[in-house]
Design a protein around this ligand. Structure first.
Ligand SMILES: Nc1ncnc2c1ncn2[C@@H]1O[C@H](COP(=O)(O)OP(=O)(O)OP(=O)(O)O)[C@@H](O)[C@H]1O
Ligand SMILES: [Mg+2]
Length: 333
């Protein structure tokens, strides 16, 4: 290990060349999901644990969308709106009663696609006693294919450390519940780094910025934006993005209790809601406005024209969004 760490130090001088590894994606993946419905069945027990009946709960209620290489999609919605469930389905990790179609370049999920895909979970799973450099070097040695030499794998790890701004803490231990180590933002960046190592063409991230200050969050999303501009497809769930983060997304999917309220270009979302009678009464972060809408808090804050009707909102939005969406999806196929 010491020898490998020394190798890393030696690579420092080659940084500009190393960072270039991540400039371009290995391949391009267009992700398309159509009318995705996910149901779970659970049993209700009565007295003494006796099973009384089986019930079905619909978690995703017909979600459709498309993300192209070079684009970054943000999935927004209140807690429990099924963001993680959809992301897990897109990552091919959701079993059970999943209906609809999810395709990658027009094909269904396969092992070769899995190798080209990175998935960053909401909770970081890292070994607390290793340092940042050790974690990423081990991951590189284990996950990168043997077409790379050992030196190249170490170089990849170093490149990720540089790209994610982890150079200052690369010799610090990760830490955990009972062991002081990295800060939350640094841990999150190490988790993202582990997935970046394989240079995935499709990167799915569950709340990569939660619990971070807005500057750190901005830094992480900027890195992801750069990865997207290198030809990758990036999908993330995000809670309460600041307005400057919001403007970095290409597409937005707004969910409310598993219902899609909007899917489309980020640049058109405010115009869309305004065209159906919902616009913020005061200048505000568009993400806050969307989350209030998805939470059903449109009564008090927003100007609503004759067109807007609280009780009909969900039904109306769902219908018109799906209509617009299907037109987009159909026109591009
Ligand atoms: N296997 C399951 N069985 C029962 N309910 C489930 C199951 N999976 C998800 N749910 C429910 O589906 C809903 C959506 O969960 P999900 O984790 O996708 O929400 P989320 O939008 O990611 O929320 P958060 O923002 O809090 O992470 C929740 O109400 C959850 O309890
Ligand atoms: Mg979640």
């Amino acid at each position: 290990m010491e020898e490998e760490m020394a190798d890393i130090e030696a690579q420092n001088e080659k940084q500009p060349e190393v960072a270039a590894i991540f400039k371009k994606a290995n391949s391009a993946i267009a992700l398309k999901f159509e009318d995705v419905v996910y149901k779970v069945k659970f049993t209700k027990s009565g007295f003494c644990g006796k099973i009384t009946k089986t019930e079905e709960k619909i978690i995703l209620k017909g979600v459709t969308g498309k993300v192209l290489p070079g684009e970054m999609l943000a999935m927004l919605g209140p807690s429990g709106s099924s963001k993680t469930t959809l992301l897990t389905a897109l990552g091919g990790k959701l079993g059970g009663l999943l209906d609809g179609s999810i395709t990658y370049n027009g094909k269904s999920f396969s092992n070769s696609m899995k190798r080209n895909m990175g998935f960053v979970t909401q909770d970081d799973v890292l070994y607390p006693h290793l340092t940042v450099a050790e974690t990423l070097v081990f991951t590189a040695l284990l996950r990168l294919e043997n077409t790379f030499t050992k030196e190249e794998k170490i170089m990849h790890a170093e490149s990720v450390i540089t790209q994610l701004g982890l150079t200052k803490c690369k010799n610090s231990i990760i830490g955990g519940q009972f062991l002081r180590g990295l800060s939350g933002g640094e841990r999150k960046r190490v988790s993202i780094g582990q997935e970046m190592l394989i240079n995935p063409s499709l990167l799915l991230l569950d709340e990569p910025t939660s619990g971070l200050d807005s500057t750190t969050a901005q830094r992480i999303v900027s890195t992801l934006w750069e990865l997207a501009k290198g030809g990758r497809t990036i999908v993330m769930t995000i809670h309460q993005p600041s307005s400057r983060l919001f403007y970095m997304f290409d597409k937005v999917l707004l969910l409310s209790e598993g219902n899609p309220l909007y899917f489309g270009e980020r640049s058109q979302v405010m115009d869309y809601f305004s065209s159906i009678g919902y616009a913020p009464a005061v200048p505000m972060n568009p993400a806050d406005f969307l989350l209030d809408l998805a939470n059903g808090m449109f009564n008090h804050i927003y100007y609503a024209s004759d067109l807007a009707n609280d009780t009909l909102l969900l039904h109306f939005l769902k219908k018109s969004c799906m209509h617009a969406l299907l037109a987009v999806v159909n026109s591009s196929t």
